[in-house]
Design a protein around this ligand. Structure first.
Ligand SMILES: [Zn+2]
Length: 391
């Protein structure tokens, strides 16, 4: 048993700041009360106790080629199958890829992340490699796989079916890159098989305006519209929604993930967060390719808060931004397949202890975390029954 004592606790889905104690036993929060004090006492005076982060979109495999290709176009850097990233991955050995993935997972853990959703390249082998690399790291990878048979204008659907079946045995779902690389038939197959297996289907959509315009001129529908029509659980990016894309996302409660840092580095723009929040859409946040952007969620949240205020010229609350990295997955808006499968706890009684304790630098706990926290301010992290102290 362990009591986290005297901290400023960000409680429940709404991250309400309360000065209280938390009693944890066997990885579960048993009691939250200023009076509880049992077992080992972890003094959190002048600290914030925050739900650990869900980094909702990463490509951890490209950790091995950090910061290459800067200044080249997004297609030249990451478009499968011939982008710089894919060529570098082909040349690297499995051991090299595994070592760099493991290092990135420790980086994430050191900056408060316990859960991440990864778009894993390299087919079945790629998924297995990440599973193996994550064995020694006490965090929770949610791995979405893909296969080379998905690509092209005339894919062999029999082969696609076999690949999906094999992938779903070892992955948490399937994530093709985008509608620029796959046909509607392949997209529909992926969604159908994921639904049957109770797993996540996810896709990049509307990452930049030209993709949306291209899709519209070729098929009469935007990428986002196609992703919603095909029934994907989760859509990544949504930088350039057009027509009634946001209405569709809201109507079908689509789980969406924004990656503002990555969009910024690729010179693609800024997702319209203010409009999304106004419509009642509750996005998650992800750091995307580790090759171009750090997986440190504090950095991502800071960039997001500032760029969104700058672009919208309106007030966006830091609490709303912090929820995107912590509790939004559990809000009513996100009650779909994703939330069930991602299974990330908030701080309340009877839920799993998935939280970190960090030094409180200012009186506003939300801004203290987003605006000021660094690795050196982290005290410890609890991921269920694992307690990790930072040096
Ligand atoms: Zn991505």
């Amino acid at each position: 048993m362990i009591t986290i004592a005297n901290g400023t606790v960000l409680y429940g889905n709404d991250l309400v700041a309360k000065n209280t104690n938390i009693l944890i036993d066997k990885g579960k929060i048993i009691e939250i009360s200023p009076n509880v004090s049992e077992g080992e006492i972890l003094d959190a005076t002048d600290c914030i106790v925050c739900p650990s982060f869900l980094n909702a979109h990463t490509h951890i495999g490209d950790s091995i080629v950090k910061d290459i290709g800067d200044g080249k176009s997004i297609e030249e850097i990451v478009k499968p199958p011939n982008g710089l990233k894919h060529l570098a991955l082909q040349e690297a050995s499995n051991e090299e890829i595994m070592d760099s993935m493991e290092e990135s997972m420790w980086d994430m853990l050191e900056t408060g992340t316990t859960h991440f959703i990864d778009y894993r390249e390299g087919g079945l082998g790629g998924v297995k490699l990440l599973r193996k690399a994550s064995k020694n790291v006490p965090l929770n990878p949610i791995i979405l796989g893909r296969d080379d048979s998905f690509y092209g204008e005339n894919p062999d659907l029999a082969k696609v079916k076999i690949a999906i079946r094999k992938l779903l045995k070892v992955s948490d779902g399937i994530a093709p890159s985008g509608f620029g690389e796959i046909t509607i038939e392949v997209a529909n197959l992926i969604v159908e098989k994921c639904q049957k297996a109770d797993k996540i289907s996810s896709i990049h959509a509307g990452e930049y305006e030209n993709l949306q315009l291209d899709s519209l001129s070729k098929t009469g529908k935007t990428e986002i519209n196609k992703a919603v029509d095909s029934g994907f659980d989760q859509l990544i990016h949504i930088v350039s929604p057009m027509e009634n894309d946001l209405e569709l996302i809201k109507k079908y409660n689509k789980n969406i993930v924004l990656c503002p840092g990555s969009n910024g580095l690729f010179s693609l723009g800024v997702p319209p967060l203010f409009k999304m929040l106004e419509k009642g859409i509750r996005p998650l946040i992800g750091t995307d390719n580790i090759m171009i952007n750090s997986s440190n969620m504090f950095r991502e949240l800071e960039y997001t808060l500032k760029v969104m205020r700058a672009i919208s010229k309106k007030y966006i609350s830091p609490k709303e931004i912090l929820k995107m990295g912590t509790t939004n997955i559990n809000t009513d808006y996100n009650q779909n397949n994703c939330s069930k499968l991602i299974n990330k706890s908030i701080i309340e009684e009877n839920s799993y202890a998935e939280l970190f304790v960090s030094r409180k630098i200012s009186k506003n706990p939300y801004l203290s975390l987003i605006n000021r926290s660094e690795k050196k301010d982290m005290m410890c992290l609890i991921n269920k029954d694992k307690l990790i102290y930072y040096d």
